[in-house]
Design a protein around this ligand. Structure first.
Ligand code: ATP
Length: 290
């Protein structure tokens, strides 16, 4: 079994600032840190750390070779990450001493993937492998249709939320994962509750309140509590949760077990600063005492 992740790869450029720059102001940063980011890369790292074979499908620009190397070093397959002329996707994140931030997001190479690349990648997949996507690349609907046709288990993490993007993939999904706000937005857009979307498995993450699974066939609801931790940075909690759930299912765990493991991984994650680089390993997740 393997997980195929059509996903974004970003450079998160974090500038420590004396204060957030005002319109027209030029202000020197005190420090610059560059992290591997993007929801796609985060999920690939999470699922790899959880023990799955992961193949990332994505693109970087001429400035993104380091990101491919980083993904590879973390154990994700990068044979289907192409190098294109468009600059690598990046987030320019200004952070002031109180923790308030300002973010400029440039999707760049993440939005110029081509169909041929996608088809070549998925031609290597086996029926019952998992295909996951988020809303930070192009080709989502095409990938979902192709995945469904090939008998893959198709999963969509509906973030950043766009009602049209979710509705374009909805008919091809086996699995939908979204947070509480995204779930409300989707219900507003479709007029349907999560159980009425026609998707077999829907997970709604609820931050410090845990996560809920809704069985789209039986309507059964399963609540998995969050673990009691002191959160210092919730960035990447959702991506860690998703990567771990999918990896658990990929490795044959039942939904309740996969969610419980994901909940432990995400709880550890919120106790750490950073994103892909600090996602916990399965052994740490299993050994953690809460
Ligand atoms: P993000 O966009 O910040 O990555 P999200 O909004 O997609 O996150 P959340 O619902 O905030 O996702 O969190 C995902 C999961 O992480 C939750 O279901 C829960 O298991 C865990 N989690 C989040 N916040 C906390 C917390 N404060 N304490 C314990 N676990 C948490």
């Amino acid at each position: 079994m393997a997980i195929w992740n059509l996903g974004s790869i970003n450079a998160d450029m974090v500038y420590t600032m004396p204060h957030l720059p005002a319109a027209g102001e030029t202000l020197a940063a005190l420090r610059l840190d560059r992290f591997l980011g993007g929801k796609g890369a985060n999920m690939s790292v999470a699922a790899t750390r959880a023990g799955s074979e992961v193949h990332h499908i994505g693109a970087v620009g001429p400035d993104g070779v380091w990101a491919i190397e980083r993904l590879k070093a973390y154990g994700a397959g990068t044979d289907h990450v192409s190098q294109v002329e468009t600059p690598t996707g990046h987030a320019i994140i200004a952070v002031e001493p109180e923790g308030e931030n300002q973010i400029i997001l440039f999707p760049g190479a993440n939005r110029v993937l081509n169909s041929e690349q996608l088809e070549q990648a998925l031609a290597q997949a086996n029926a019952c492998d998992i295909l996951v996507m988020q809303n930070e690349t192009n080709l989502q609907a095409e990938a979902a249709q192709l995945g469904r046709r090939m008998g893959l288990r198709v999963c969509y993490a509906a973030a950043p939320f766009d009602a049209d993007a979710v509705q374009a993939v909805l008919p091809y999904l086996d699995f939908l994962i979204l947070n509480e706000v995204e779930a409300q937005q989707l219900q507003l857009a479709t007029g349907k509750t999560p159980g009425e979307l026609g998707v077999k498995d829907v997970i709604i993450t609820l931050g410090s309140k845990g996560a809920r699974h809704i069985d789209g066939e039986t309507g059964a609801v399963l609540d998995v509590p969050a673990l009691p931790v002191t959160a210092v940075d919730t960035t990447g909690a959702g991506d860690t949760f998703t990567g771990y759930v999918l990896s658990g299912l990929d490795q044959g765990l039942a939904m309740a077990e996969a969610m419980a493991q994901a909940s432990r991984a995400a709880a550890l994650m919120v106790t750490r600063h950073g994103t892909a680089d600090v996602i916990p390993e399965l052994a740490e997740v299993q050994a953690a005492r809460f």
